[in-house]
Design a protein around this ligand. Sequence first.
Ligand code: ZN
Length: 139
Amino acid sequence: MDAKDKNVIHVKKFMDGRMSPQELHRALGIRKKCEQCGAPAAVRIRVLVELAELVKRQPEFVAQIMATNQNGPYVPTIDTKYGKMVKISDVGACENCRKSAEIAAARGPSWCIVEIDRGPSPTNPVSGQVPNAGGDKPE
Ligand SMILES: [Zn+2]
């Protein structure tokens, strides 16, 4: 038996076959419903903006976040490999609505980062943070 065969057996025996890695991730990792149809979400899409960039471009929005933050007058941030980011949106999408939700998220301004958590998959073993392709090209 070579290493390839071992991998196949390992995947088949995941959770004794009770659920797939994808199903476990949906149950424990995403914990969201599809924004569009309410089905259990298969992916989570977050739109993030660098705090300094947001202060520069949308000062009123930053002031609004600070004014409405129940924990105090500050902007909650998330540490990412791109620095401190502010979460602009955080939605789930099911397998059926995934495409349109990802397209909608990618239409944001180019100074946003779209983070798509697709969970474990044979073709996409590691989900990551990708810079937005840019939806705010000059018209
Ligand atoms: Zn859906």
